[in-house]
Design a protein around this ligand. Structure first.
Ligand code: 13P
Length: 287
């Protein structure tokens, strides 16, 4: 069922678990993530960055592809098609193209401009039944060429964005996109607790969900995180499985070079990783 992310995250918040946002990069990714979520009876948010959207020939191609794969596989769990780290224009384009959820990331603007633009996107999206995520404070690391050192969010700014009626809120709490460095200080739970306090139980979003120790993930969920974004982790298992297949010479055996064979181990690795993460986040059997 293709839906907005609003209801599934309200339920997750009440039930003290988190729904994964698994970012998709191509058809194999989409098929694998949807297959894993159906098997686990878990709701899911398919994340699409603007870069991945371009790579897949535009938001309309992505929205249509997801809907068609969803129908062809007979998916019954709730699935949201969500723009990840959208710009102001990107969010409008994704809404137009048939996405059911968008993130407007105005965290690089000053707070007044972030609030002004967030307000506009929220009004536009809500008029069409589409859910909205906004961001306060930066997420560290690099994603799609955008680099940020990360910035712990100011709870007062979170309170103001929350009052706009955003559906779920991403706030920097020391989380980083990509691999975590060995000297990473961990998540800032004091700030997370303060943010949840001033946002009156709004579902919170944890970006950079790859490689966070599971105890920290569980503690973050207990403090109001209801959506966890994962991209790098799936890229790593896909690359490892594909490398192994080639290093073992399998692409040279018979028709092992056929893309349906060559990409199969990576696709299977994505399914297994999604299933394990769904268990860790507690969203299995919640569809
Ligand atoms: P990772 O690539 O670190 O998993 O982060 C994904 C993310 O936060 C997408 O917004």
């Amino acid at each position: 069922m293709i839906v907005s992310a609003s209801e599934m995250l309200k339920k997750a918040h009440e039930g003290h678990y988190a729904v994964a946002q698994f970012n998709i990069n191509n058809l194999e990714w989409t098929k694998s993530v949807l297959t894993a979520c159906e098997e686990m009876k878990s709701p899911v948010i398919l994340g699409v960055s603007e870069g991945a959207g371009k790579y897949m020939c535009g938001f309309k191609t992505v929205a249509d592809m997801v809907k068609n794969i969803h129908d062809a596989l007979g998916i019954t769990v709730p699935v949201a098609i969500h723009l990840d780290h959208g710009t102001y224009d990107g969010a409008k384009a994704a809404i137009e193209a048939g996405f059911t959820s968008v993130m407007f990331d105005g965290s690089h603007y000053d707070i007044e401009e972030n609030i002004e633009k967030s307000k506009e996107i929220i009004a536009l999206a809500h008029s069409k039944g589409i859910s909205v995520e906004c961001e306060v404070g930066g997420i560290g690391g690099e994603e799609d060429g955008v680099t940020s050192m990360g910035e712990v969010a100011d709870p007062e700014e979170c309170r103001r964005v929350n009052e706009l009626g955003v559906d779920f809120l991403a706030a920097g709490i020391g989380n980083i996109h990509g691999k975590y460095p060995a000297n990473w200080a961990g998540l800032n739970f004091d700030v997370l607790a303060k943010i949840q306090e001033v946002t009156n139980g709004r579902p919170l979003v944890l970006h950079g969900g790859s490689g966070i120790p599971v105890e920290q993930v569980k503690r973050a969920i207990s403090l109001g995180v209801s959506k966890i974004n994962v991209n790098t982790e799936l890229q790593l298992v896909f690359a490892d499985a594909t490398r192994k297949y080639i290093e073992e010479g399998n692409d040279q055996k018979g028709k092992g070079y056929d893309p349906r064979k060559l990409l199969a181990p990576g696709a299977k690795a994505i399914i297994e990783k999604c299933k394990a993460m769904i268990k860790d986040f507690g969203s299995d059997n919640k569809a």
